[in-house]
Design a binder for this molecule. Structure first.
Ligand code: GLC
Length: 454
């Protein structure tokens, strides 16, 4: 279902094969072409995802009950009568997003259920025509984002649409309504609809990012994906596109799990819920702790990626208090440690220090993130470049350290012990800036063997 995510790995594997230099070049070239438009994305680190739709009444999860036949279409779409947006305050949403320290936001303009948040002329269902709200709720949000100035706008768009009879894959346990290959006209009719909605979004909002979803049902060719992207890029050439368009996008989107090792794709983002749901659900009280979310953010940063953290406002537009509080907490931490967030890049491999790491762009500051309270000191080993100063980020404190066993005849660098007094600890994750004498080089060996005595 997510076969596209293997593409970067496959390309990287090709690049490593000495017999295939011709195949390696295009991958590098493509990445070079993408690099300028990915610049802001790679510095953003945190985005806020918003799942808002008729499912935000809170009884069922977003769209999927339709496909899983958990609810009748009549009951599911009856939720339109409860999507009021009565207390919707888009400026307040944007204030909160900004307070979280996020540099971009992605909103569901249309989920798989097909209900558009804008006044679409291409489709039948929208918050304007078929919901209690009776109005376009997307435009005021876009206006608030644009007014904020330094917040990038991402639009989520589901390629799948379970509200239409020209969409063939409607139920998990039932065969396709028709065969795309045997009824190409019907399928083209659906694709034309997708193109028409995308044209509306593109012309009206000129977003900075498209977040496609649901590409798994069809191939790139069937979605006419290259053509769709060429169309939006004609008037919006620098728009960033996520991976869920059958490998035609710019960056990978691991979902609900922070990668264990650094992904092969140079740009990626983990999308993550704060509780267990994308949209608001009354029964879901499984909120993750502040530490958990902050660890996930730092973990993503340390592997060179972003965290796209989801909120699910209610159908009336209010945001659950737990989510408001989470965004504020994340914001407190991010703002305090801003120098160790936005301008950083992936850190060093595990084993050198117990904690997450990132590097500044010049490579001469190693940031160490401590999601725990150290006893006395932390140990840092394998740095061939000497430390010249240790600061506690977000404070005016510097720390003492000892360097042991820095032996001139040994290739193995000495080991640092940095003293961590309790009064410098952050209530969540303490960040140290290890200022180095030059760009960091690492010792990755297993110790210098003096002699073998077998
Ligand atoms: C999945 C689901 C969807 C959700 C999305 C967010 O692909 O289909 O419900 O919106 O992930 O990442």
């Amino acid at each position: 279902m997510k076969a596209h995510s293997f593409l970067p790995i496959a390309l990287a594997a090709l690049a490593m094969m000495s017999c295939a230099p011709k195949e390696a070049a295009p991958a590098a070239e493509i990445q070079e072409q993408k690099a300028p438009r990915m610049e802001w994305f790679s510095q953003a680190k945190l985005g806020i995802f918003i799942h808002w739709g008729i499912y935000s009444r809170g009884d069922w999860s977003e769209s999927w009950p339709l496909y899983n036949s958990r609810v009748s279409p009549e009951d599911y779409y009856a939720q339109q009568a409860d999507f009021t947006a009565a207390s919707y305050d888009p400026e307040e949403w944007v204030r909160l997003i900004k307070e979280s320290g996020a540099k971009y936001t992605v909103i569901t303009t249309k989920h798989h259920d097909g209900v558009a948040l804008w006044d679409t002329q291409a489709g039948a269902l929208s918050t304007v025509k078929t919901c209690a709200a009776g109005r376009d709720v997307l435009t005021p949000f876009v206006d608030a984002v644009r007014a904020a100035g330094d917040l990038k706008l991402g639009l989520y768009y589901s390629l799948i649409d379970w509200s239409r009879d020209d969409y063939p894959f409607m139920h998990r346990d039932q065969p396709a309504v028709y065969d795309i290959e045997k009824d190409p006209e019907k399928w083209q009719h659906f694709c034309d609809f997708n193109f028409a909605q995308m044209r509306e979004l593109n012309d009206t909002y000129k977003p900075d990012l498209y977040w496609f979803d649901g590409d798994w049902d069809c191939t790139s060719e069937q979605w006419r994906a290259p053509e769709l992207l060429a169309m939006v890029r004609e008037t919006n050439p620098d728009v960033v596109v996520n991976s869920r368009i059958r490998g035609n996008g710019d960056y990978a989107t691991p979902e609900l799990g922070v990668p264990v090792t650094k992904p092969a794709d140079p740009w990626w983002e983990t999308c993550m819920t704060i509780n267990d749901s994308w949209g608001f659900r009354k029964i879901d009280t499984e909120y993750k702790s502040e530490m958990t979310i902050l660890r996930m953010l730092v973990n993503c940063m340390s592997l060179g990626g972003n965290l796209l953290l989801d909120i699910g406002p209610r159908a009336d537009g209010t945001i659950p208090e737990e989510e408001v509080s989470m965004l504020k907490t994340v914001g407190r931490w991010v703002n305090k440690h801003a120098e160790a967030v936005y301008p950083t890049r992936a850190g060093i491999p595990d084993g050198h220090v117990q904690g997450y790491t990132t590097l500044n762009q010049a490579g001469d500051v190693l940031y160490v993130y401590l999601p725990y309270t150290p006893n006395e000191s932390i140990e840092v080993k394998g740095l061939k470049t000497h430390i010249k100063n240790v600061r506690v980020v977000g404070t005016d404190r510097t720390l003492d350290w000892q360097l042991y066993n820095d032996i001139d005849w040994s290739e193995v660098p000495g080991v640092y012990y940095i003293n961590i007094p309790e009064d410098v600890l952050d209530e969540h994750i303490t960040v140290l800036a290890l200022e180095l004498e030059g760009p960091l080089t690492l010792y990755r060996g297993s110790g210098q063997v003096i002699s073998y005595n077998l």
